[in-house]
Design a protein. Structure first.
Length: 476
């Protein structure tokens, strides 16, 4: 098949402040596209994407073909390719140029099949490049990546980094893997449901191990794209106290001839001990001194949870839904791992610490979701608490979790609308901790927990401080 004529598209960031070229000057400029792209490559950090072709796409139409097109994302910018009709092996040969900021990390290419009905489309898979800043400066690099979320398909493209990148390659060009996904996961039993998510225990027929499948029902292709992209926010992060995704894919369910749902499926390891809430409830059946966690175990759990949260925050990730149900327990009860990053947000423009106000970022992060019982005052009473720091709400929630680990007291109200009421509650928190484990270690842990649960975010300690304090506790 003959390739289509070369098409050039470009995107300047909306926040561009360059004196040479900006969105406003582009709109009023009489320069040609070639001239504008030349300026972009010479005077800006620019990622040039040459979208070549795709192979072995999934057939979406009754005629055995598809009408594929691609949407290419860098940061908040998106450029769309043309549509190639009635083919599973489209050739685009189209050029896209993105202005790059230091905060831009990922390139995402989503492939879709265009339907005849307006605003309808079928998912053909996604490819992701995790760190565009590892591209070799000025050197075209070819990629052939297997499409994620579908049974088959490979997409070919070339990337060139202008005015950014490394001088020596840190990325190995990838070749397609001819191993199409089939009905690999067999459902064993239903575990739980909540919101739009349902969790199953499944058997991975490839390695014969039990795993967990979390299914998220999405009402539109756009919602499915958001769900997939959220998983990729933390996919490159690896820590002993974080659950890793083993796999992810997307399926479709037709509601009618015109309507369909998309189901995003995340595959994770199976933890037969369940979550921390289950463990606390099992231990708290008899709330006696002998049944509380020993101080050695408390210190181990606290240190792991604080280290995991400090790691997330150091990579500009806020979890936004820390609670015992989202902390899994290892088979030997010796390790805790954060899970469920469906509400997590990654803000890479600047670190979010107690000394760096979140500004308008916070309201973007906290606009939806979360669990009321673990919310900080600034989330529940925004009109009463104007001292906003985004990741400090994570610290507040972890303080509640630590309190529950020590005392077995669940479902208590911890955020109060007035500081006087809140301070009175923290005094009660201190007493309950000391009553549970005694004066020797209770005083230190009570001070730690209440310093994490202060009314004003700016007065709370950060996760890395919690790690340091817990490490210094002498349990001899």
């Amino acid at each position: 098949m003959a390739g289509s004529p070369l098409v050039k598209k470009f995107s300047f960031s909306k926040s561009s402040t360059s004196k040479t070229v900006s969105c406003q000057s582009i709109q009023s400029s009489m320069l040609s596209r070639d001239q504008l792209v030349s300026i972009l490559r010479k005077e800006h950090k620019c990622l040039s994407l040459f979208l070549k072709r795709a192979e072995d796409l999934v057939s979406q139409d009754t005629n055995g073909f598809s009408d594929p097109f691609c949407e290419c994302y860098v940061g908040d910018r998106m450029l769309r390719s043309s549509t190639k009709y009635k083919t599973l092996n489209p050739e685009w040969n189209e050029q896209f140029d993105f202005e790059i900021h230091d905060s831009d990390k990922r390139l995402i290419i989503n492939c879709w099949d265009r339907d005849l009905l307006p605003f309808k489309r079928d998912f053909e898979g996604s490819v992701f490049l995790e760190d565009i800043h590892k591209l070799v400066r000025g050197q075209p690099t070819d990629f052939a990546l297997e499409l994620v979320g579908v049974n088959s398909g490979v997409i070919h493209f070339t990337l060139t980094a202008y005015n950014f990148g490394v001088t020596k390659s840190e990325i190995e060009p990838q070749k397609p893997v001819k191993n199409p996904k089939r009905e690999r996961y067999v459902t064993i039993e239903h575990i739980t449901s909540g919101g739009q998510a349902t969790v199953y225990k499944v058997l991975d027929t490839v390695d014969e191990t039990e795993k967990v499948m979390k299914q998220i029902v999405c009402q539109s292709a756009d919602h499915a794209t958001v769900a997939l992209n959220e998983a990729w926010q933390v996919r490159d992060l690896k820590h002993n106290n974080m659950v890793q995704f083993d796999d992810l894919y997307l399926t479709e369910h037709k509601k009618s001839e015109e309507e369909k749902n998309y189901v995003v499926c995340f595959i994770m390891p199976f933890f037969k001990r369940g979550d921390l809430l289950q463990l606390i409830k099992a231990k708290s059946q008899t709330r006696t001194k002998s049944n509380y966690f020993p101080i050695v175990k408390i210190k181990k759990y606290l240190h792991q949870l604080a280290e995991g949260l400090a790691f997330l925050h150091s990579h500009f990730v806020t979890h936004r839904d820390i609670k015992p149900q989202n902390i899994l327990v290892s088979d030997d009860y010796n390790q805790l791992k954060y899970c469920d990053f469906g509400l997590a947000k990654r803000e890479e423009h600047k670190p979010m610490t107690p000394t760096t106000p979140g500004g308008n970022i916070l309201h973007d992060l906290w606009d939806n979701g979360g669990t009321v019982e673990y919310m900080a005052p600034e989330r529940l009473y925004k009109d009463l608490c104007n001292d906003d720091f985004s990741n400090c709400a994570d610290v507040f929630a972890l303080g509640i979790v630590i309190y529950e680990i020590i005392t077995f007291r669940l479902n208590e109200k911890h955020a109060h609308p007035r500081i006087i009421e809140h301070q009175e509650h923290l005094e009660e928190v201190k007493r309950n901790i000391i009553d549970a484990i005694g004066q020797k270690h209770g005083v230190v842990l009570a001070d730690l927990v209440t310093s994490m649960m202060r009314f004003y975010p700016s007065e709370r300690i950060c996760a890395s401080d919690v790690v340091e304090i817990v490490s210094s506790i002498n349990i001899d």
